[in-house]
Design a protein. Structure first.
Length: 519
């Protein structure tokens, strides 16, 4: 296959990929996206992450959300658009990486096998615009730069700089940066320059991380950043052991049909035949990506996004090897076998995409066949108890109530996992703890218990110094992290319960939201 043909076929794939994603741009906020939007909104208002709001993702995620929300005027189609562009860029980077490693035919296979899961599975509202989504093109770009055939210092430094941004989206991304450093240091180089090359890459990596650390130190948030990204994440990860999804079931697909038979295509990587592919890189890249997911200990579906660049690369090169092995005797048979494999996988993923489109009914909403309320009612999710974990229609109704009962500029404390309500109402929390989890989690060590008590004292001091105009307590919001509702946790948090009873009285209730106004 010529390079031009491979490129044109990939561009046709990208055009279909973009067209399939555009229909889902109007999909509204759900729980996680509401948290990221709130943190970005507060940052736009002068309150930097970690100091002005509490969430444990890397700062680049909130910067991306800031840009996306500025683009869309605050609507969710902005992050959805950025999500689609990031996934599209990841497919193009997959082609470039496959071409660099193994030539034009393998590049096409790598692009297709990267695109199919991103099209079929990750168009879902629950998984879109996550940190992992925006990691995808950066993972591919940093790997492509690190494999620069001339190993130019500028290319290696750029690889390190880009890899640092992977970690700036999510701290576990540091493992990707470490993998590339180890590969550069261990792989052969002309003139014995391996350590010099590793130094060039390391300088870029250090510069990329230092820029973020310098910014947060300058705004007085370095301590808060350490507290959230290091101390909080340490016990948060350990606590996840009790609530993690089964990794094999999620990865191989089960009911979600996530990767289907793609892992089987890893096996031809080990076929014995002369080849120019850097098979070792593909295998180690895949192992490092699996480890990056394993470090999170939860194995939620969107966490597996971080594996896709390496999985697409390994599967694409594997399919290429299979094709070449078969075609040595029967060239036509190899081409037909590869085409049938891709068509079978494509059929499954396109069906998944059709299920998503049918479930959301976005087209019906845009054409006026269903109302906004009916559309929002499509976006709800039950928690482990079977009760309401998230209900967008209820959250939107609660936000509408607050806009009518709290003057602009007033603050609202939502005691729960619902900063989306604050964001939709444009009424910020009076404290950095816009979610209650840091105050209500179950400590599994003395250190974690000490952190929770410190944060509780800080929370109580902040709401006493700046009493909110209204307090909202959330019921029936049990989720994978917390087995009890926020309302029950508020009762068990006696200092907060006493403060609420003394200073506020019950006003109204909407769905699972109970409103308290100041006495």
């Amino acid at each position: 296959m010529t390079e031009r043909r491979s490129l044109w076929l990939t561009l046709a794939l990208v055009a279909a990929f973009l067209a399939g994603g555009l229909v889902l741009l109007p999909v509204p906020f759900t729980r996680d996206q509401g948290i990221y939007a709130y943190v970005a909104w507060r940052w736009l208002g002068g309150a930097p992450p970690y100091l002005g709001s509490f969430d444990h993702k890397g700062p680049l995620l909130y910067l991306v959300y800031m840009a996306a929300l500025k683009t869309s005027g605050g609507a969710m189609w902005g992050p959805n658009l950025f999500d689609l562009l990031a996934r599209t860029a990841a497919v193009l980077m997959a082609w470039l990486l496959g071409r660099r490693l193994s030539g034009p035919r393998a590049a096409l296979y790598v692009a297709v096998l990267t695109a199919l899961p991103l099209f079929g599975v990750y168009n879902s509202c629950w998984w879109n615009a996550q940190a992992e989504t925006f990691m995808l093109p950066l993972i591919g770009l940093s790997a492509w730069l690190a494999l620069d055939p001339r190993r130019r210092p500028a290319a290696l430094a750029a690889a390190g700089l880009v890899a640092a941004q992977v970690a700036a989206l999510k701290p576990t991304g540091l493992l990707h940066g470490a993998f590339l450093l180890a590969w550069i240091a261990a792989s052969p180089a002309a003139g014995g320059r391996r350590w010099r090359d590793a130094l060039s890459y390391g300088e870029g990596l250090a510069a990329g991380l230092a820029g973020w650390l310098g910014y947060f130190a300058a705004v007085g948030a370095a301590g808060a950043m350490w507290e959230v990204l290091v101390e909080f994440n340490a016990f948060h990860g350990a606590a996840s052991l009790a609530i993690s999804e089964h990794p094999v079931r999620v990865f191989l697909g089960g009911a979600d049909f996530v990767f289907t038979a793609i892992p089987l295509l890893f096996l031809p990587l080990f076929l014995r035949r002369p080849a120019a592919e850097r098979r070792g890189f593909a295998v180690l890249f895949l192992l490092a990506s699996f480890l990056q997911v394993a470090l999170q200990l939860r194995f939620f579906l969107y966490h597996w996004l971080a594996v896709l660049p390496a999985a697409g690369l390994a599967a694409g090169i594997g399919l290429h090897r299979l094709h070449e092995t078969l075609s040595a005797r029967r060239r036509a048979a190899g081409a037909v076998a590869a085409a049938l494999i891709l068509l079978w996988l494509g059929y499954g993923y396109v069906n998944l995409w059709r299920m998503v489109v049918h479930s959301y009914r976005t087209g019906d909403y845009l054409h006026g066949r269903i109302t906004l309320a009916q559309y929002y009612a499509r976006f709800s999710e039950a928690g482990p108890s079977g009760k309401g974990d998230f209900n967008l229609l209820g959250s939107a109704a609660a936000a509408d109530y607050l806009r009518h009962h709290v003057p602009a500029g007033g603050t609202v404390l939502v005691f729960g996992f619902e900063p989306l309500v604050n964001y939709l109402a444009a009424r910020p929390a009076p404290t950095r703890f816009e979610i209650d989890y840091p105050l209500t989690f179950t400590p599994r060590s003395a250190a974690a218990a000490g952190l929770r008590e410190r944060w509780r004292r800080q929370f109580l001091a902040e709401i006493a110094a700046r009493p909110p105009a209204m307090v909202v307590v959330v019921e029936n919001d049990q989720n994978a992290l917390e087995s009890e509702s926020s309302a029950r946790q508020a009762e068990a948090f006696t200092e907060f319960r006493d403060w609420l009873q003394k200073n506020y009285q019950r006003a109204d209730a909407i769905e699972d939201f109970t409103f308290y106004r100041r006495r």
